[in-house]
Design a protein around this ligand. Structure first.
Ligand code: SF4
Length: 702
């Protein structure tokens, strides 16, 4: 038996794994004891990874050969790679010639490796010439990105996982790490057990497993996080718990923010958020007066039409109290996907450019043009995820190339997404798994290599770059994502009569191009190499001469003048509020043992033992009032669509709340459009992240 070190492909904790394999077959997996994210531990999902690569799964669930549909209603037929590549290049060239490069959109994924991201970024912007490239990370972390940039000057989580052990007070907001980031939660549990007087505050409308551990659970009304943060800051200022020296030396904009929160007394915040006023005072005191306070946050803040405001309001609390830039302190966004961070670093999104450059700055475009040696880049921001599918539904995007993601399940407001896919002249789906909801819309299905078969790097939530290594050959004729992009790019360039613009022959060569784009930037990794990662293990950026575990320790931030910014954004209610006809606030969340659309985790029967079928949850009091019983089929109806699901009663929800796990697609919910039939595409004006965490719905007997 042989062993290969790699990383887990599920969440942003980025645990190291040791893959056991024999004769080209993965036989086992265990935690890598040397990886600083997990020190040998794995959660249920990670420890079952080898079961997603059995011969049975490869035979029945993997996409193993390129396929083509003659018409949308036809069964896909196997074709050669040569034929698929040539026909796709010809059709993209024809659409480009007839309607312009902007008629083509590329939608990629936080599951891709950094090298894949770099390849697709060049394919879209440099080869096809379209600005419309975005990632499913838009649904996940874009509010955290913009929050960091507006407040601290750069998209850089300032903390390390070791801060979980060092903090005296931890505030978890809009996150359930007990289920979504289990290995970090184990570290939090151990830290609490080891530290007398440790404080844990959890802000969440649901009483989750994480909230069960808390000293104080602020079970706020969904969508009212900004009001709560303003109330907490009011209490901090009123009691004199601010850090005046830090505010004067290292920040700008405190007076304007003070003016904004003047009216947000804890009493008012308590009324808006549905909380006890005393709890707000207590939380403010613990957070402000503990020697070190860390916040951990995720989709509850990000997936919101006020996502950026929620992020900046929380960062305001850190800046006002000086809880940043020291051990155990700082605002720490937990990334959902394994390489959302790498996608941000390589700039493979409509609102980003390589090396944390900004599409709004002409000088940044000029630098990318020089780095890539491509003079005619489409130097403007493209459509973000929701905008891209809306454009396709309108007909202005005519071809979509979708990579390693399943928008016909994961995007909000499925009616629009499916109209978009139906209307496109050409849909290319590049995937490892054969039976995703998006597959039935694809004209071409391109088999992609996946975990255990790929080589490259990923970056986890604490800015740590890890190597991903192949243990076995790709299933069937599957190929690495970057290679698929490169081969079709070469045919497009040839068709346009120019030399290849995406010519790198190995993933390491792509990584070196990415590294060059970081020189002199906040994420500079010019001191790193694959050889160093292989010799010394995973490293945190920036890395010029050494790794950087913690940012802003000198009180200087990544803004032009070195000062952080207090961002004064008023509280805005969710985009659609409950009404007499749609009285429930529906949230979406994760299950402990499933991952996203289940294309990988759904191949392991044992992972359904924890929760085996979809359901909508509501508080028993509301069910009793409506004469609804546990297990009864109910219709969940929003302004966009409806679902029929069994009802589960759950005392852990707020009275007017409802909840459906995000993972369930068509195949589990019968002939319906998955749970996103009812969610909304309204998005944050700054981050463009959609409000997946809040939809007004009715729940009635089916
Ligand atoms: Fe994988 Fe995340 Fe579990 Fe670690 S915590 S094993 S990265 S799913």
């Amino acid at each position: 038996m042989a062993e290969t070190k790699s990383t887990c492909p599920y969440c942003g904790v980025g645990c190291g794994v040791v893959i056991e394999h024999e004769d080209g077959q993965i036989t086992g997996v265990r935690g890598d004891p040397d990886h600083p994210a997990n020190f040998g531990r794995l959660c249920t999902k990670g420890s079952n990874l080898h079961l997603t690569a059995t011969p049975v799964v490869i035979q029945h669930q993997r996409l193993r050969q390129p396929q083509k549909r003659a018409t949308r209603s036809a069964r896909p037929e196997v074709v050669s790679w040569d034929q698929a590549n040539r026909e796709i290049a010809d059709r993209l060239l024809a659409i480009r010639a007839a309607h312009g490069p902007e008629s083509i959109g590329v939608y990629i994924s936080g599951q891709l490796l950094t090298e894949d991201y770099h390849a697709f970024n060049k394919l879209a912007r440099a080869v096809i010439g379209t600005p419309h490239i975005d990632s499913n990370s838009r649904l996940c972390m874009s509010s955290a990105v913009v929050g960091y940039k507006q407040s601290l000057g750069a998209d850089a989580p300032p903390c390390s996982y070791e801060d979980i052990e060092l903090a005296d007070c931890v505030l978890v907001s809009g996150a359930n790490p007990a289920w979504a980031h289990p290995i970090l939660f184990r570290r939090l549990e151990a830290a609490r057990a080891a530290k007398t007087g440790h404080k844990l505050i959890v802000i969440d409308p649901r009483r989750t497993e994480t909230a069960e551990l808390a000293d104080l659970h602020l079970q706020l009304r969904p969508g009212t996080d900004v009001a709560l943060c303003h109330g907490l800051l009011h209490a901090v200022i009123w009691q004199g718990w601010t850090a005046p020296g830090f505010i004067a030396e290292s920040t700008e904009g405190f007076d304007e923010l003070k003016e904004l929160v003047r009216d947000w007394t804890p009493a008012r915040a308590a009324q808006v958020c549905g909380l006890d006023e005393a709890d707000i005072w207590r939380a403010a005191e613990w957070f402000a007066t503990s020697p070190s306070s860390l916040s951990l946050y995720c989709q509850g803040l990000n997936q919101s039409s006020s996502g950026t405001a929620k992020n900046t309001a929380l960062i305001n609390l850190h800046l006002a109290t000086g809880q940043i830039g020291k051990p155990g302190a700082g605002p720490f966004s937990l990334t959902g996907q394994p390489n959302a961070m790498g996608g941000r670093e390589s700039g493979g999104m409509a609102t980003l450019l390589p090396g944390h450059r900004d599409p709004g700055r002409p000088e940044d475009w000029a630098e990318v043009a020089t780095l890539w040696n491509v003079p005619d880049l489409p130097d403007r921001r493209g459509h973000t995820a929701v905008e891209m599918f809306e454009a396709a539904a309108r007909g202005s995007i005519r071809a979509l190339w979708i990579v390693c993601t399943n928008p016909a399940q994961s995007m909000p407001d499925q009616a629009v997404v499916r109209r978009a896919l139906d209307r496109c002249e050409l849909v290319i789906l590049q995937e490892a798994f054969a039976h995703t909801a998006t597959a039935k819309y694809a004209d071409y299905l391109l088999p992609a290599a996946t975990w255990g078969e790929k080589e490259g790097t990923v970056t986890n939530s604490e800015r740590r770059i890890s190597r991903v290594r192949p243990a076995v050959p790709p299933a069937g004729e599957a190929r690495a994502d970057w290679r698929i992009a490169r081969d079709i790019a070469a045919l497009i360039d040839a068709g346009l009569g120019r030399p290849p613009r995406l010519a790198a022959a190995t993933p390491e060569a792509l990584w070196l191009e990415h590294r060059a784009a970081t020189r002199g930037r906040d994420l500079d990794i010019t001191g790193l190499s694959w050889a160093k990662l292989d010799a010394d293990g995973p490293q945190q950026w920036p890395f010029v001469n050494a790794a950087t575990p913690r940012l802003y320790t000198d009180g200087r931030f990544a803004t032009a003048d070195g000062r952080a910014r207090f961002v004064a954004k008023p509280y805005q209610p969710p985009a659609e509020e409950p009404s007499p006809g749609l009285p429930f606030a529906l949230t979406t969340g994760r299950l402990r043992d499933q991952w996203h659309g289940m294309s990988r985790s759904g191949s392991v029967p044992g992972l359904f033992a924890h929760e085996g079928r979809p359901a909508v949850r509501m508080h028993p009091a509301n069910a009793a009032r409506r004469k609804l019983a546990e297990g009864e089929l109910v219709t969940v109806r929003s302004r966009r669509g409806e679902l029929v699901l069994p009802l589960k009663l759950d005392e852990n929800l707020p009275p007017a709340g409802a909840d459906i796990a995000m993972h369930w697609g068509d195949e589990f919910i019968g002939a319906q459009d998955g749970i996103n039939a009812v969610t909304q595409g309204a998005f944050c004006p700054d981050s463009k992240q959609p409000e997946l965490k809040f939809s007004a719905v009715a729940i009635e007997p089916a």
